[in-house]
Design a protein around this ligand. Structure first.
Ligand code: AMP
Length: 113
């Protein structure tokens, strides 16, 4: 855990969030600035700055499994959704704790901006 990391503080419960799923490895909560009708972030409880630092296949599976479960619970799995991992400066990452965006409830465009 990083004491100064926003998502570590959400994971520990020190900063409130609307949590929609959690287990021993990861948790999911609603994005504070939703970019789609459904916009949920899935994070590992353990601090990894980005995907570059995370080499644990079991954790990777747990994160994608939770993304799938959240999409199902939000009823966007059949219509379709997007899972995004912004990584680093040019990838558009603004919070330095690995997170998956699960976005759905509207048609997505391609290419992303
Ligand atoms: P990224 O730009 O990929 O690093 O995504 C960071 C995301 O975190 C953005 O979509 C923000 O809206 C979201 N965010 C920032 N602060 C909070 C917070 N306190 N609770 C929930 N989501 C947040």
């Amino acid at each position: 855990m990083s004491a100064t990391c926003l998502f570590c503080q959400i994971a520990s419960g020190d900063i409130p969030a609307t949590v929609v799923a959690e287990n021993n490895l990861c948790m999911a909560f609603r994005d504070i600035g939703p970019q789609a009708p459904t916009h949920i972030l899935v994070i590992p409880r353990k601090h990894y700055q980005s995907l570059n630092e995370m080499g644990d296949p079991q954790l990777a599976a747990a994160l994608f499994q939770m993304a799938r479960e959240v999409a199902n619970a939000e009823n966007i799995d059949d219509t379709g959704y997007r899972v995004v991992i912004n990584t680093g400066r040019e990838g558009g990452q603004s919070v330095d704790h690995l997170h998956l965006h699960v976005l759905g409830g509207r048609a997505m465009k391609w290419p992303p901006g």
